[in-house]
Design a protein around this ligand. Structure first.
Ligand code: 13P
Length: 249
């Protein structure tokens, strides 16, 4: 981590949780938030629990976000949730183009960029996720895949890029227990940084995600272009999530 940038540790609960378990988890995070030191904490929760997150986290140092957003502002789009609706619940962040949405819901990189633009239009911060599959990596194609995924997002321009976050999540490291080595992660982060610099926004935070745990977080955070983490499984356990954040100190 470059000391001039702050560290963001964001949980992605995915489709986990219920009112009772969430209450325990959120209370644990609020109670232990000071352990995060100078790391900024955030959780991205399923839509139905946004109000619960808002109630539990308002007034704390922890912010909350959603895991997806519609490209549309309003209209006949059954099942979709607009960025303005998210803003009604005090949301700060929106994940855009998580690999599970790209793979399971056929989201293309241009749709992902449109979602980022929709979030920005109401003042939310998009967290644009990119990452290669194992076959891309084995074919030595990771750099090209990341560049292709970034292209429509970079085209949004420097002002937009300055108001977003990029998350590099290699698909082969998500939920597998197999994290990218700090050097593998840094290599892709530095490519992303170079692209951002070229498009006038070198300070855009770049998070790493994929089996981040308390045991590997500090080695990842020690890399020059890793500005924090997007945490799946370990964000469901307050102690683990807070220990990851504490590793940024
Ligand atoms: P895991 O931390 O469970 O590997 O998930 C990573 C992820 O997909 C976060 O968005």
């Amino acid at each position: 981590m470059n000391p001039s940038r702050s560290c963001l540790v964001m949980g992605n609960w995915k489709m986990h949780g219920n009112l009772a378990d969430n209450a325990v988890l959120l209370a644990g995070l609020v109670a232990g938030a000071q352990r995060a030191g100078h790391a900024q904490l955030a959780v991205c929760v399923p839509f139905p629990y946004l109000v619960q997150a808002q109630q539990a986290l308002s007034g704390s140092a922890i912010s909350w976000g959603a895991q997806d957003v519609s490209v549309h502002a309003h209209g006949a789009y059954t099942g979709e949730v607009s960025a303005a609706m998210l803003a009604d619940f005090g949301v700060s962040w929106v994940l855009c183009g998580h690999s599970e949405r790209r793979a399971l819901h056929a989201e293309t990189s241009s749709v992902v960029a449109a979602k980022a633009a929709a979030a920005l239009s109401v003042g939310l911060t998009p967290v644009v996720c990119v990452g290669e599959t194992l076959s891309d990596r084995d074919a030595d194609n990771a750099d090209c895949v990341i560049a292709d995924q970034l292209e429509p997002v970079l085209a949004l321009g420097a002002d937009a890029l300055a108001k977003m976050v990029i998350a590099y999540e290699p698909v082969w490291a998500i939920g597998t227990g197999r994290t990218a080595s700090p050097e593998q992660a840094q290599a892709i982060h530095s490519l992303i940084r170079a692209a951002l610099v070229q498009h006038g926004s070198g300070a855009t935070p770049i998070l790493y995600g994929g089996s981040v745990k308390p045991a590997n977080a500090s080695a990842l955070f020690a890399q020059a272009d890793i500005d924090g983490a997007l945490v799946g499984g370990a964000s469901l356990v307050a102690e683990d999530f807070l220990n990851i954040a504490a590793s940024a100190a």
